[in-house]
Design a binder for this molecule. Structure first.
Ligand code: PSU
Ligand code: MN
Length: 302
């Protein structure tokens, strides 16, 4: 896709000086968390990237303009917008949103597309979309984007609201390297590990940076995933999450929720059912992923 991109000042400066840049998504701001946790977390992620020595670029579509590096004011506008007033933008949504001058927050797939258009190849998020449990044809466009767009995504795995074994199968079919960062098994977002063994893992930033640079040489036509477990002090247990998620999915089915609305709905239920502990985990892992992505990007540039 070809875009007329608008760059934030800070991103332009970083590009001129050759500073590594880390893209950040914004669906988590408009759909993933409520105000003010969403803006606090978005700003803390930007700060974590800066502290690592890289430049953060939060991506969004603002009144039809694809913006690479939103300002704090623009992020606040997204964070305060009533749920549903800003569309969740994945690959299919760009023509309508841009064509009609609308605003959109970017999913993992949407962020990868704009990041690649802006020549940014490292991106931090919370969790990627996947194959939905019990709905094997509801496959997130995130997985297919990873198969065709050269951006490395640093995430905490995927939520076990998804079918993790099927999600890994699709990633394998798409040829996406999934690299554990300090873990042998796929992390499951709120919990540090699932039962799924990963094909490869790295132990530290140096190894991760070597893999990133090798991917840049070898696989310039598809994406890669680093999976980073949620920090220990904020992690929930697999037993608790299994129960909570089963309840949340049953509620979504009972309320007839479909398509793009499923993830935000189930996430809201999960926060309710864990008395906010899942929110704490979510915030901790987002900031940790931003920090890790910044560190890998900086190390890889040295
Ligand atoms: N997973 C999360 N939090 C999120 C999302 C996923 O833990 O906010 C968002 C991301 O933006 C992801 C999108 O790209 O949901 C996937 O949505 P869908 O399953 O409709 O493709
Ligand atoms: Mn879906």
């Amino acid at each position: 896709m070809k875009f007329d991109l608008q760059f934030g000042e800070h991103v332009l400066k970083a590009k001129m000086s050759g500073q590594p840049i880390v893209a950040l998504e914004t669906t988590v701001v408009t759909h993933g968390m409520d105000y003010p946790h969403n803006i606090d977390t978005a700003l803390a992620m930007e700060q974590a990237v800066r502290d690592a020595g890289a430049c953060p670029a939060s991506l969004g579509i603002i009144r039809g303009e694809p913006v690479i590096g939103m300002s704090e004011e623009q992020l606040r506008e997204f964070a305060k917008s009533p749920r549903g007033s800003i569309a969740k933008c994945s690959r299919r949504d760009f023509p309508a949103l841009i064509g009609m001058g609308k605003s959109g927050s970017l999913t993992v797939a949407g962020t990868m597309i704009l990041a690649a258009a802006a020549s940014i190849d490292v991106f931090a998020t919370g969790g990627i979309g996947g194959v939905h449990r019990g709905h094997p044809f509801d496959v997130s466009a995130d997985l297919l984007e990873l198969g065709k767009t050269p951006v490395t995504v640093v995430c905490a795995g995927a939520k076990s609201i998804l079918d993790l074994p099927l999600t890994m199968e699709v990633l394998e079919t798409q040829g996406v390297p999934v690299i554990g960062y300090g873990c042998e098994n796929l992390p499951a977002f709120y919990t540090r590990e699932s039962e799924i063994a990963l094909p490869h893992s790295v132990a530290n930033i140096e190894e991760a940076a070597n893999v990133l640079n090798t991917w840049r040489k070898l696989l310039s036509d598809n994406g890669m995933l680093f999976t980073v477990p949620v920090p220990e002090e904020a992690a929930l247990t697999n037993e608790e999450m299994e129960q909570v998620i089963n309840k949340a999915i049953a509620a979504a089915d009972a309320d007839g929720i479909h398509g793009a609305a499923v993830t935000p709905y189930v996430l809201g239920k999960v926060v309710e059912l864990t008395d906010g502990r899942s929110l704490k985990a979510n915030i901790a892992l987002l900031i940790n992923n931003a920090k890790t992505a910044g560190e890998i990007a900086v190390q890889a540039s040295q």
